[in-house]
Design a protein around this ligand. Structure first.
Ligand SMILES: O=C(O)CCC(=O)C(=O)O
Length: 260
Protein backbone atom coordinates (compact mmCIF):
# COMPACT_ATOMS: atom_id res chain seq x y z
CA UNK A 1 0.00 0.00 0.00
CA UNK A 2 2.92 2.34 0.59
CA UNK A 3 4.09 4.40 -2.35
CA UNK A 4 7.23 3.11 -4.03
CA UNK A 5 10.27 5.33 -4.50
CA UNK A 6 9.32 5.74 -8.17
CA UNK A 7 5.76 6.75 -7.24
CA UNK A 8 7.02 9.26 -4.70
CA UNK A 9 9.41 10.72 -7.22
CA UNK A 10 6.57 11.06 -9.77
CA UNK A 11 4.36 12.78 -7.18
CA UNK A 12 6.99 15.35 -6.26
CA UNK A 13 7.94 15.91 -9.90
CA UNK A 14 4.44 16.19 -11.37
CA UNK A 15 2.36 17.25 -8.36
CA UNK A 16 0.06 14.24 -8.69
CA UNK A 17 0.04 10.47 -8.85
CA UNK A 18 -2.62 8.08 -10.15
CA UNK A 19 -3.26 4.57 -8.82
CA UNK A 20 -5.77 2.70 -10.95
CA UNK A 21 -8.60 0.51 -9.62
CA UNK A 22 -7.56 0.58 -5.98
CA UNK A 23 -11.17 -0.07 -4.92
CA UNK A 24 -13.11 -3.11 -6.16
CA UNK A 25 -16.43 -3.08 -7.99
CA UNK A 26 -18.44 -3.92 -4.87
CA UNK A 27 -16.78 -1.14 -2.90
CA UNK A 28 -17.38 1.31 -5.73
CA UNK A 29 -21.06 0.34 -5.83
CA UNK A 30 -21.28 1.03 -2.09
CA UNK A 31 -19.63 4.46 -2.58
CA UNK A 32 -22.13 5.32 -5.33
CA UNK A 33 -25.06 4.37 -3.12
CA UNK A 34 -23.56 6.36 -0.24
CA UNK A 35 -23.07 9.40 -2.52
CA UNK A 36 -26.70 9.27 -3.62
CA UNK A 37 -27.90 8.88 -0.01
CA UNK A 38 -25.68 11.75 1.18
CA UNK A 39 -27.08 13.96 -1.60
CA UNK A 40 -30.64 13.21 -0.43
CA UNK A 41 -29.68 14.02 3.17
CA UNK A 42 -27.99 17.25 2.04
CA UNK A 43 -31.12 18.32 0.16
CA UNK A 44 -33.19 17.88 3.32
CA UNK A 45 -30.59 19.79 5.35
CA UNK A 46 -30.49 22.62 2.80
CA UNK A 47 -34.30 22.93 2.89
CA UNK A 48 -34.46 22.99 6.70
CA UNK A 49 -35.18 26.09 8.76
CA UNK A 50 -31.58 25.99 10.11
CA UNK A 51 -30.06 26.43 6.65
CA UNK A 52 -28.57 29.76 5.64
CA UNK A 53 -29.06 30.03 1.88
CA UNK A 54 -26.98 32.42 -0.21
CA UNK A 55 -25.88 33.02 -3.79
CA UNK A 56 -22.32 33.65 -4.99
CA UNK A 57 -21.59 34.38 -8.64
CA UNK A 58 -25.15 33.28 -9.43
CA UNK A 59 -24.70 29.85 -7.78
CA UNK A 60 -26.71 28.61 -4.80
CA UNK A 61 -25.16 27.53 -1.51
CA UNK A 62 -26.54 26.54 1.89
CA UNK A 63 -24.66 26.48 5.20
CA UNK A 64 -26.12 24.16 7.81
CA UNK A 65 -24.05 24.27 10.99
CA UNK A 66 -20.48 23.63 9.87
CA UNK A 67 -21.55 21.96 6.58
CA UNK A 68 -21.77 23.64 3.19
CA UNK A 69 -23.91 22.36 0.34
CA UNK A 70 -23.40 23.77 -3.13
CA UNK A 71 -26.01 23.28 -5.85
CA UNK A 72 -25.38 22.80 -9.55
CA UNK A 73 -24.97 26.03 -11.47
CA UNK A 74 -27.97 26.17 -13.78
CA UNK A 75 -31.08 28.22 -12.93
CA UNK A 76 -33.09 26.80 -9.98
CA UNK A 77 -30.85 23.73 -9.83
CA UNK A 78 -32.03 20.95 -7.51
CA UNK A 79 -28.95 18.77 -8.16
CA UNK A 80 -26.15 18.95 -5.63
CA UNK A 81 -22.60 19.71 -6.78
CA UNK A 82 -20.54 19.65 -3.55
CA UNK A 83 -21.05 18.66 0.10
CA UNK A 84 -18.32 19.60 2.58
CA UNK A 85 -17.59 17.97 4.94
CA UNK A 86 -19.29 14.72 3.93
CA UNK A 87 -17.68 12.08 6.13
CA UNK A 88 -20.26 12.69 8.87
CA UNK A 89 -23.20 12.16 6.51
CA UNK A 90 -22.60 8.50 5.72
CA UNK A 91 -20.80 5.62 7.49
CA UNK A 92 -19.25 4.53 4.21
CA UNK A 93 -17.36 7.82 4.01
CA UNK A 94 -16.60 7.93 7.74
CA UNK A 95 -14.86 4.54 7.28
CA UNK A 96 -13.11 5.54 4.06
CA UNK A 97 -11.20 8.23 5.99
CA UNK A 98 -9.35 5.38 7.76
CA UNK A 99 -8.75 3.13 4.75
CA UNK A 100 -5.07 2.12 4.71
CA UNK A 101 -5.01 2.34 0.90
CA UNK A 102 -5.36 6.09 1.38
CA UNK A 103 -3.82 6.59 4.82
CA UNK A 104 -0.49 4.77 4.29
CA UNK A 105 0.42 6.81 1.17
CA UNK A 106 -0.83 9.95 2.92
CA UNK A 107 1.58 9.42 5.82
CA UNK A 108 4.38 9.47 3.24
CA UNK A 109 3.06 12.58 1.44
CA UNK A 110 2.40 14.49 4.67
CA UNK A 111 5.73 13.22 6.01
CA UNK A 112 4.21 12.23 9.32
CA UNK A 113 3.97 8.84 11.10
CA UNK A 114 0.24 9.48 11.58
CA UNK A 115 -2.24 11.72 9.83
CA UNK A 116 -5.60 13.35 10.55
CA UNK A 117 -8.40 14.38 8.24
CA UNK A 118 -8.41 18.03 7.15
CA UNK A 119 -11.58 17.96 5.05
CA UNK A 120 -13.74 15.62 2.96
CA UNK A 121 -15.67 16.91 -0.07
CA UNK A 122 -18.20 14.93 -2.04
CA UNK A 123 -17.92 16.18 -5.62
CA UNK A 124 -20.93 15.22 -7.68
CA UNK A 125 -21.29 16.16 -11.29
CA UNK A 126 -24.70 15.28 -12.65
CA UNK A 127 -25.19 14.07 -16.21
CA UNK A 128 -25.87 16.83 -18.78
CA UNK A 129 -25.93 19.69 -16.24
CA UNK A 130 -22.75 19.05 -14.23
CA UNK A 131 -20.74 22.27 -13.94
CA UNK A 132 -17.00 22.72 -14.41
CA UNK A 133 -14.63 24.18 -11.86
CA UNK A 134 -12.25 26.92 -13.03
CA UNK A 135 -8.48 26.57 -12.53
CA UNK A 136 -7.54 26.90 -8.88
CA UNK A 137 -5.11 25.85 -6.19
CA UNK A 138 -6.40 24.66 -2.82
CA UNK A 139 -4.03 26.63 -0.60
CA UNK A 140 -5.82 30.02 -1.02
CA UNK A 141 -8.94 28.40 0.47
CA UNK A 142 -7.03 27.05 3.44
CA UNK A 143 -4.17 29.38 4.18
CA UNK A 144 -6.12 31.37 6.79
CA UNK A 145 -7.05 28.23 8.75
CA UNK A 146 -3.76 26.33 8.65
CA UNK A 147 -0.15 27.37 9.25
CA UNK A 148 1.13 24.62 6.95
CA UNK A 149 -1.26 24.73 3.99
CA UNK A 150 1.37 23.12 1.76
CA UNK A 151 1.16 20.00 3.94
CA UNK A 152 -2.44 19.20 3.02
CA UNK A 153 -2.33 16.66 0.17
CA UNK A 154 -5.56 15.52 -1.47
CA UNK A 155 -6.73 12.18 -2.71
CA UNK A 156 -9.69 11.89 -5.06
CA UNK A 157 -11.47 8.54 -5.19
CA UNK A 158 -13.42 8.21 -8.44
CA UNK A 159 -16.77 6.45 -8.13
CA UNK A 160 -17.50 6.50 -11.88
CA UNK A 161 -15.36 5.95 -14.96
CA UNK A 162 -14.00 9.45 -15.48
CA UNK A 163 -13.06 10.96 -18.80
CA UNK A 164 -12.96 14.36 -20.48
CA UNK A 165 -16.51 13.78 -21.73
CA UNK A 166 -18.03 13.54 -18.22
CA UNK A 167 -15.87 16.28 -16.75
CA UNK A 168 -12.93 14.48 -15.14
CA UNK A 169 -10.40 16.33 -13.02
CA UNK A 170 -7.56 18.09 -14.91
CA UNK A 171 -4.25 18.83 -13.18
CA UNK A 172 -1.50 21.12 -14.49
CA UNK A 173 1.65 19.03 -14.34
CA UNK A 174 4.47 20.64 -12.34
CA UNK A 175 2.38 23.66 -11.28
CA UNK A 176 2.81 22.84 -7.58
CA UNK A 177 6.40 24.03 -7.91
CA UNK A 178 5.26 27.58 -8.68
CA UNK A 179 4.13 28.39 -5.12
CA UNK A 180 0.88 30.18 -4.40
CA UNK A 181 -0.08 31.93 -7.63
CA UNK A 182 -2.03 35.21 -8.06
CA UNK A 183 -5.80 34.89 -8.26
CA UNK A 184 -8.00 36.40 -10.97
CA UNK A 185 -9.14 40.00 -10.57
CA UNK A 186 -12.34 40.14 -12.64
CA UNK A 187 -15.81 40.99 -11.34
CA UNK A 188 -16.70 37.50 -10.03
CA UNK A 189 -17.25 37.42 -6.26
CA UNK A 190 -14.94 34.41 -5.96
CA UNK A 191 -12.45 35.62 -8.61
CA UNK A 192 -9.54 35.75 -6.16
CA UNK A 193 -9.86 32.00 -5.52
CA UNK A 194 -9.39 31.13 -9.21
CA UNK A 195 -5.81 31.08 -10.45
CA UNK A 196 -4.93 33.74 -13.01
CA UNK A 197 -4.16 31.77 -16.23
CA UNK A 198 -1.25 34.15 -16.90
CA UNK A 199 0.60 32.55 -13.97
CA UNK A 200 1.00 28.99 -15.30
CA UNK A 201 1.23 26.97 -18.49
CA UNK A 202 -2.22 25.51 -19.16
CA UNK A 203 -0.78 23.39 -21.98
CA UNK A 204 0.82 21.22 -19.26
CA UNK A 205 -2.65 20.12 -18.06
CA UNK A 206 -3.35 16.40 -17.83
CA UNK A 207 -6.90 15.00 -17.82
CA UNK A 208 -7.18 12.32 -15.15
CA UNK A 209 -9.03 9.75 -17.24
CA UNK A 210 -9.41 6.68 -15.06
CA UNK A 211 -11.77 3.75 -14.46
CA UNK A 212 -14.01 3.80 -11.39
CA UNK A 213 -12.25 2.82 -8.18
CA UNK A 214 -9.07 4.66 -9.19
CA UNK A 215 -7.47 7.29 -7.01
CA UNK A 216 -5.38 10.36 -7.70
CA UNK A 217 -3.18 11.91 -5.03
CA UNK A 218 -2.45 15.58 -5.70
CA UNK A 219 -0.52 18.42 -4.11
CA UNK A 220 -2.46 21.35 -2.56
CA UNK A 221 -0.50 23.79 -4.73
CA UNK A 222 -1.20 21.89 -7.97
CA UNK A 223 -3.38 23.99 -10.26
CA UNK A 224 -6.45 21.92 -11.08
CA UNK A 225 -10.00 22.24 -12.35
CA UNK A 226 -12.54 20.50 -14.51
CA UNK A 227 -14.86 20.95 -17.49
CA UNK A 228 -18.67 20.67 -17.45
CA UNK A 229 -20.34 17.30 -17.81
CA UNK A 230 -22.50 17.39 -20.95
CA UNK A 231 -22.56 13.61 -21.21
CA UNK A 232 -25.35 11.21 -20.16
CA UNK A 233 -23.02 9.74 -17.47
CA UNK A 234 -22.56 11.04 -13.90
CA UNK A 235 -19.10 11.76 -12.50
CA UNK A 236 -19.08 11.23 -8.74
CA UNK A 237 -16.11 11.23 -6.39
CA UNK A 238 -14.79 12.22 -3.00
CA UNK A 239 -11.75 14.33 -2.26
CA UNK A 240 -10.17 13.63 1.12
CA UNK A 241 -7.46 15.92 2.43
CA UNK A 242 -5.08 14.95 5.22
CA UNK A 243 -2.68 16.74 7.59
CA UNK A 244 -0.29 15.73 10.38
CA UNK A 245 -2.10 13.92 13.27
CA UNK A 246 -3.73 15.73 16.20
CA UNK A 247 -4.68 18.83 14.24
CA UNK A 248 -8.29 20.05 13.89
CA UNK A 249 -10.42 19.69 10.77
CA UNK A 250 -11.09 22.72 8.57
CA UNK A 251 -14.74 23.28 9.42
CA UNK A 252 -15.87 21.53 12.59
CA UNK A 253 -12.45 21.94 14.28
CA UNK A 254 -12.60 18.46 15.80
CA UNK A 255 -9.64 16.07 15.58
CA UNK A 256 -10.18 13.07 13.28
CA UNK A 257 -6.97 11.05 13.48
CA UNK A 258 -6.83 8.34 10.79
CA UNK A 259 -6.57 4.81 12.15
CA UNK A 260 -5.34 3.18 8.91
O1 LIG B 1 -15.08 18.15 -9.19
C1 LIG B 1 -14.49 19.00 -9.81
O2 LIG B 1 -14.98 19.54 -10.75
C2 LIG B 1 -13.15 19.46 -9.35
C3 LIG B 1 -13.07 19.48 -7.87
C4 LIG B 1 -12.04 20.38 -7.36
O3 LIG B 1 -11.21 20.86 -8.08
C5 LIG B 1 -12.01 20.69 -5.95
O4 LIG B 1 -12.95 20.33 -5.22
O5 LIG B 1 -11.03 21.34 -5.50
Amino acid sequence: MRLSAAELEAYWENGFLVRRQVFHKQEVNAFRAAADAAAQTAKVMAASADARRYVLDGNSFADIGHSTVQFEHHQDAAEIRVIEPVHELHDQFAQLVHDPRLVRPMCQLVDSAEVALWTAKLNLKSSRVGSGFAWHQDTPYWVHDCDEAERLPNVMVNFDDSSVSNGCLHIVKGSHKLGMLPGCSDARQLAGFYTDPAGFDASAQRPIEVPSGSVVFFHPLAVHGSMPNNSPRQRRGIILTYQPANRPTLKRKDIVNALG
